[in-house]
Design a protein around this ligand. Structure first.
Ligand code: UT7
Length: 332
């Protein structure tokens, strides 16, 4: 193993202005604020409105803000990875579009699809490019315009998801901070519980698929909940154990924001108190690849150099994983 570590040197997020509240959802489907808050913890979510706006709109805003705040010249970026489940189109990659718009003309770029685990998959992948010594600046993005694949007549899914995302700059660490360990898993057996039926190569778009409403997220919520609770908690516990960490050693748990009850179960299994759990599900809902960078952005000012973070996620695929890192900087 190389002795170069990869650190997060900067983080920036973007959420659209439009706020879709639980109250407004009550006028769209048979639901109510009390049910949504008690079953999920969500109070509102953001929606990207406007013609021709896609996931790249979110990614471009996030990367522009990131480059500005870290004083990074876009021409110095070696690689851009965009984790998303809602690319602007099947091809070209949304990462290609973002790279062009931010002026990153000396890099290569590609998308990564791992649903809600996308950002941590991208973080681990980016870390390998840094640890190898080959690249010095990698930008990773986690962004989704979930409203583009949500059926707003389906109360079991439309209350959960929202639009948003963020970007992180990954560079070699100057000391012992940075990504220390990561653990990832996937299980294609999860397809039956969480998927979009049409629009891919197996079932291309047709009048029939549109009429059957097959271009939306299908989720067997209760089944996914069970897998999510078990796997997110287990993998977070496993990464702690193999790094000889107890709950007391952890400064922050950074959990994917799918459901407050899944987050609580993960924290409990790890022995981490509520005050150490990053949470913003109440204002953004589940932004899929966007939840982790949005958390780090929201909590950036509270993070201190050397803080021990466990980042954990679970999502469609199924995909899941956990990353252990030491935060690299005190924010100004
Ligand atoms: O991020 C990627 C991975 N995704 C997840 O991790 C999501 C995991 N799943 C969940 O978070 C939860 O399963 C949901 C929030 C989706 C649903 O919560 P639940 O507690 O599992 O509810 P349920 O599906 O078991 O439904 C309970 C009841 C049902 O009514 P009956 O059959 O008991 O009469 C549903 O029809 O709640 C009903 N229901 C609703 N009621 C009001 C379902 N959705 C709603 C709603 N408003 N929006």
């Amino acid at each position: 193993m190389s002795n170069i570590r990869a650190q997060i040197s900067g983080i920036h997020g973007y959420v659209p202005d439009y706020i879709l509240t639980n109250k407004e959802l009550e006028t769209m489907v048979d639901t109510n604020d009390e049910w949504i808050v008690s079953r999920t913890g969500i109070k509102e979510r953001r929606i990207l409105k406007g013609e021709d706006k896609g996931t790249s709109t979110i990614g471009i805003e996030a990367v522009k803000g990131l480059l500005k705040k870290t004083g990074t010249d876009p021409l110095d970026i070696d690689l851009i990875i965009c984790a998303t489940t809602t690319p602007d189109m099947p091809f070209p990659a949304t990462a290609n579009i973002i790279a062009k718009e931010v002026g990153a003309n000396n890099c290569f770029s590609f998308d990564m699809q791992a649903a809600c685990s996308g950002f941590i998959y991208a973080l681990t992948t980016a870390s390998q490019f840094i640890e190898s010594g080959r690249y010095k600046k990698v930008v990773i993005i986690g962004a989704d315009k979930m409203s583009s694949i949500i059926d707003y007549t389906d109360r079991t899914t439309c209350i959960i998801f929202g639009d948003g995302g963020g970007a992180a700059l990954i560079e070699p660490s100057l000391n012992d901070n940075g990504v220390i360990d990561s653990l990832h898993r996937s299980d294609g057996g999860g397809e039956q519980y969480l998927h979009m039926k049409a629009g891919g190569s197996r079932r291309p778009a047709s009048l029939e698929t549109i009429n059957a409403r097959e271009h939306y997220v299908y989720q067997a919520g209760a089944a996914v909940f069970k897998f999510a609770v078990t796997n997110m908690a287990d993998i977070s516990y496993e990464i702690m154990k193999r790094n000889n960490l107890t709950g007391d050693d952890i400064t922050w748990l950074v959990p994917h924001q799918a459901n407050k009850r899944i987050i609580d179960a993960t924290a409990k299994r790890m022995g981490v108190g509520d005050e150490k759990v990053m949470l913003n599900i109440e204002k953004y809902g589940n932004t899929t690849s966007g939840t982790i960078p949005l958390l780090l952005w929201d909590y950036e000012k509270q993070l201190k150099e050397g803080d021990n973070l466990i980042i954990a996620a679970f999502g469609g695929g199924f995909t899941w994983g956990a990353v252990y890192l030491k935060w690299a900087y005190n924010s100004k």
